[in-house]
Write a protein that binds this ligand. Structure first.
Ligand SMILES: *[C@@H]1O[C@H](CO)[C@@H](O)[C@H](O)[C@H]1NC(C)=O
Ligand SMILES: *[C@@H]1O[C@H](CO)[C@@H](O)[C@H](O)[C@H]1NC(C)=O
Ligand SMILES: *[C@@H]1O[C@H](CO)[C@@H](O)[C@H](O)[C@H]1NC(C)=O
Ligand SMILES: *[C@@H]1O[C@H](CO)[C@@H](O)[C@H](O)[C@H]1NC(C)=O
Ligand SMILES: *[C@@H]1O[C@H](CO)[C@@H](O)[C@H](O)[C@H]1NC(C)=O
Length: 951
């Protein structure tokens, strides 16, 4: 799936999401969700003794009645003699008839129970009267299905929109990873790949239906019903099947019949199709060239079409169904007046992600979800680099590092991190949770490291070998390693530089090991010998010793060179040595953060780096290394693996720093620390003031207004910096935003520039009154651009007018313009809006949790809300109150009590961390000349007292 898990929900928690950073909405989170039935059941897999080859699916769809009937006919190969039962998946409403035909005619089934269904395992068991032998058989199943009313239930589901205030409904599918069985009985695992021939009958009042392939023929069934027959698909897994019944409209973008390309959406939004078409076409062409396999020619006999459909309701970010990609509307539709640059970038990257899947996932499919990275890490890689080739001005090559490498390292810092090859993936729950940062961002970061290691051309050749050797089939990790070995064997330079290196073993160490390493660098400045030692990096907790094959890059003061990301050596043991020049020259490892590892240095090296970074030469160090240094250091502060005084001394160069990437590496973590001081008001105030002081230069450098010459990173930087500065109370940011808001309120045609809206709207509401809220709420309700609606939804929660915030929270449950996938976001936005919001949001939760669970879409959604609260419970009294609420509502909170308890534990941990770090932080702040001295000892006493009271 496309990102959005990019990003889904677990992700946000791991990231410790904060109010200010636009990148918090990571693209891949959107894919994952929390729907499952067969908890903790290992006996869940189908045996591969019956293999489907051809599937005919005929559906009779009644959109207004939310149901359909179906006939599925599956040609199978039976691969074992003496088979007594045929088992496949189903989770339809009812099965009304089953028959099996074999090489010798009809195969008798048992009487009186020809078949049984098991809704727990979601299977259909066909009971054969006599055992059957190896051969070709055909199974026909008649059944009734439902169109799910809740998009979060996936399968074949209903959505809606308004056209001139009139309600319109549509139905579409989301099958990955195990929901095809809800639309038709099937062999619902990725390893079973078949050709599908699909027909759909619908009301004639609707538009032609969509499926993976183009319509081959249509026939009228009655005056009001028409049946459309689609071309046969190439060989695909069941999760890649898709169809769509609606009154949607399509815009065709190519003149050549050989390369059709369409953007499809609800009526009323066709003026937002253009950008996706332009960028999507370019990306398709780039990937065609790169892989040497043409997208449109992958249809095995029929032309592949290239449709992209925008859906008002979509549980994930996007889904790579072959020939028919589904997107959440905000990730496909672009309107120059309402879509900000961040959302525009999402459109490019998510399209690139889904298009990348056409080769990795669709053409060659992971054998099982345990190694989902064989699909998702490649899609996530091309998400950035495919889009980068299509539009280099978006700077996605550099953004990859601060988005994906940093988020991979973040999630791998947990002692509970799971490996890319995750053998515990055995049932619906564990499948779902492996749609994770590990499979997406980490996998992509490992690929990028491999590309730096073997070189651009050899990397591409390896991917081409993998695709050609396994096309229309499934892939295993070993197939990938084989392809890499094949490619490096032909690479003279690689053979010369790394004669004894097994490229498969290097790759595999990253696939098998959980977590990511830190390398500790100690330099003997007399001899010049550098000792590097690797260990798994965790924020806390004990983990087993782990060794990777780490391709190392480094450079040295005196001959700084960031031009080559080609490793000079591979560190395969726990400890290694490298010879460098002696003397007082600092070294920097991991050039442009091309490798997936953190770097910690000896004190002397850190001190030399600190003073160099504070000098005018700072920019001689690559911006991505400056970004890495701040990000690593802040993690070392968190894990207590560096002297904090030293750490803040290194970070102090931020006061001169104006680069987007460096600030991106810093902000989330600085905010993480700030939040943990909230219960210690003096320390909190001093630290906020310090952050604002550090930000002064970058704020002045960016200015409050956009310039036509601004680069992508300048615009993104203004977005991230001003969001944060306004939230921290920077007076210039606030007064300029308020000016822009008042000008807009005085005359609505003075639009707030689209990239500034998030914080200008927020300040407008925060400093405004009820009429400001009501005004923006009405803009929300009449908007035709979903990305802008999400920006507004966030800003509405900045109101400090209590009845308005209460109205907002009610609307999060009952306004159907707030899509079900946005409801938990609305809840989080309410927490983030103002510190004063917390008691109101908590009251809303305490009084309405059952209704929240119902209207937000189920227990898993309520749990997302509970998890979001942890970061905001920053005083003991509120934590106690929350804990009491969980305790006294245990029965009603079924499925959420454990989450509630974890929230309490997490909140307490946050306070404890703050207590432990506050004194050192305050001492550092005191040590700077010109600052008012705060008595650190008084903070310590306060922290100790609070802790005591609580126990
Ligand atoms: C954006 O605004 C301009 C100027 O008002 C207008 O001409 C254009 O049609 C708008 N674009 C869209 C997609 O609505
Ligand atoms: C995945 O890891 C497990 C445990 O280390 C191993 O037994 C298995 O062979 C690996 N699978 C693949 C496909 O690499
Ligand atoms: C790095 O590359 C740039 C641009 O190609 C070149 O100007 C510079 O001299 C190179 N630096 C080193 C140290 O090789
Ligand atoms: C090595 O570093 C120490 C500080 O740790 C410094 O005092 C000494 O002068 C350095 N020696 C050389 C040869 O640079
Ligand atoms: C950390 O470094 C500072 C300044 O170099 C020093 O004064 C302090 O003692 C160090 N703290 C620890 C715990 O080593």
């Amino acid at each position: 799936m496309g990102t959005n898990m990019l990003l889904p929900t677990v992700f946000c928690i791991l990231l410790g999401s904060i109010a200010a950073i636009p990148q918090e909405d990571f693209r891949s989170n959107l894919e994952w969700s929390d729907y499952s039935t067969n908890l903790d059941e290992p006996a869940y897999r189908l045996r591969d003794v019956v293999y489907p080859t051809d599937v005919n699916l005929d559906l009779d769809v009644y959109l207004n009645h939310l149901n359909f009937s179906g006939l599925v006919q599956i040609d199978v190969q039976v691969r074992e003699n003496n088979l007594r039962q045929i088992v496949l998946h189903q989770k339809v409403v009812s099965i009304t008839g089953v028959n099996v035909v074999g090489p010798n005619g009809p195969v008798p089934l048992q009487f009186p129970r020809p078949y049984t269904t098991d809704d727990y395992y979601e299977i259909l068991l066909i009971n054969l009267d006599q055992p059957i032998n190896i051969g070709n058989y055909s199974i026909a199943i008649r059944y009734n299905g439902q169109i799910n009313a809740n998009p979060l239930d996936r399968g074949f589901y209903r959505g809606y929109y308004y056209l001139n205030n009139e309600l319109r409904v549509y139905a579409t599918t989301q099958f990955q990873p195990y929901h095809a069985r809800k639309a038709f009985p099937c062999f619902d695992e990725p390893q079973f790949k078949s050709r599908y021939t699909i027909s759909i009958t619908r009301d004639t009042s609707l538009s032609p239906s969509y499926s993976n392939m183009a319509i081959r023929s249509a026939q009228d069934v009655s005056t009001s019903r028409i049946r459309e027959n689609f071309y046969t698909t190439p060989i695909i897994s069941a999760y890649l099947v898709a169809f769509h019944v609606s009154d949607f409209v399509s815009t065709e973008y190519t003149s050549t019949d050989a390369k059709p390309f369409s953007i499809i959406s609800r009526q009323g939004a066709t003026n937002q199709h253009q950008y996706a078409a332009e960028i999507g076409l370019k990306i398709t062409n780039e990937l065609d060239d790169y892989f040497g396999i043409q997208y449109h020619e992958m249809g095995q006999g029929a032309l592949m079409k290239n449709d992209h459909i925008a859906l008002p309701d979509f549980p994930s970010g996007a889904m790579e169904n072959w020939g028919m990609v589904n997107y959440r509307e905000a990730y496909l539709l672009y309107d120059e007046n309402n879509t900000n640059l961040n959302n525009k970038i999402f459109i490019a990257t998510i399209m690139a992600h889904e298009l990348g899947h056409k080769w990795f996932g669709n053409l060659v499919t992971c054998f099982w979800w345990s190694n989902l990275w064989l699909n998702e890490s490649f899609a996530s890689f091309f998400e950035y680099f495919g889009a980068h080739w299509a539009d280099p001005a978006l700077e996605l090559d550099d953004q990859f590092v601060v988005d994906y490498v940093h988020s991979a390292l973040n999630s791998d810092a947990s002692q509970f991190a799971t490996p890319m090859n995750h053998t515990d993936v055995v049932d619906n729950d564990s499948i779902t949770s492996h749609f994770s940062v590990t499979s997406y961002a980490k996998g992509a970061s490992v690929l990028k490291m491999m590309e730096h290691f073997v070189g651009w051309r050899t990397f591409r050749n390896a991917l081409r070998y993998y695709l050609r050797n396994n096309e229309y089939d499934i892939g295993f990790p070993v197939d990938m390693y084989t392809a890499f070995k094949q490619a490096v064997a032909e690479d003279f330079t690689f053979q010369r530089d790394f004669p004894n290196v097994d490229v498969g073993a290097v790759f595999d160490s990253w696939v098998q090991n959980p977590g990511s390493p830190v390398i500790n660098v100690a330099r003997n400045n007399n001899t010049g010998v550098i000792t590097v030692n690797q260990q798994r990096y965790v924020l806390s907790g004990a983990v087993a010793p782990t060794t990777w094959h780490i391709p190392l890059t480094w450079t040295q003061h005196g001959s700084l060179n960031f031009n080559s990301t080609r490793p000079s050596t591979v560190l395969s043991d726990e400890i290694g040595t490298i010879n460098a020049a002696s003397g007082d020259h600092f070294v920097i490892f991991n050039i442009a953060q091309s490798g997936l590892y953190r770097v910690n240095y000896d004190t002397n090296n850190w001190q030399l780096l600190a003073s160099y970074l504070k000098s005018n030469n700072r920019q001689n160090i690559h911006k991505l290394n400056r970004a890495q240094i701040v990000n690593d250091i802040l993690y070392f502060v968190r894990s207590n693996s560096i002297n904090r005084t030293l750490a803040f001394d290194v970070l102090d160069f931020l006061r001169d720093e104006t680069d987007y990437y460096v600030w991106n590496g810093a902000l989330t973590q600085i905010d993480w620390i700030l939040r943990r001081l909230e219960h210690l008001p003096t320390a909190h105030a001093a630290f906020s003031e310090y952050i604002l002081e550090l930000m002064n230069t970058v704020i002045n450098h960016l200015g409050y207004n956009e310039h036509s010459t601004d680069s992508t990173s300048t615009i993104l930087n203004r977005m991230q910096i001003m969001n944060y500065a306004c939230n921290l109370g920077h007076s210039g940011c606030i007064s300029d935003s308020l000016d822009k808001w008042r000008q807009h309120r005085a005359n609505v045609s003075n639009l707030v520039p689209v990239n500034l809206r998030r914080y200008v709207y927020c300040v407008g509401l925060r400093e405004g009154n009820e009429t400001d809220y009501n005004y923006l709420y009405s803009v929300y309700n009449s908007s035709e651009n979903t990305a802008d609606m999400v920006v507004i939804l966030r800003a509405l929660a900045c109101t400090k007018h209590q009845p308005s915030l209460e109205h907002y929270l009610q609307q999060s449950m009952y306004n159907d313009k707030v899509r079900i996938h946005d409801r938990t976001n609305a809840f989080s936005f309410a927490l983030q809006g103002n510190p004063e919001n917390l008691p109101i949001v908590l009251n809303f939760l305490y009084n309405n949790f059952a209704a929240i669970r119902e209207t937000y879409g189920g227990v898993a959604r309520l749990n997302i809300c509970l998890n979001a609260i942890a970061a905001f419970l920053t005083d003991y009294q509120t934590i106690t109150q929350f804990q009491t609420w969980v305790y006294s509502n245990q029965l009603e909170l079924v499925g959420s009590v454990g989450v509630g308890n974890n929230v309490v534990a997490a909140a307490l941990n946050n306070l404890t961390w703050g207590n432990g770090a506050a004194v050192e932080i305050v001492n550092f702040l005191n040590s700077r000349s010109g600052s008012t001295t705060i008595l650190a000892s008084s903070i310590l006493i306060l922290a100790a007292m609070l802790l005591q009271m609580f126990r």
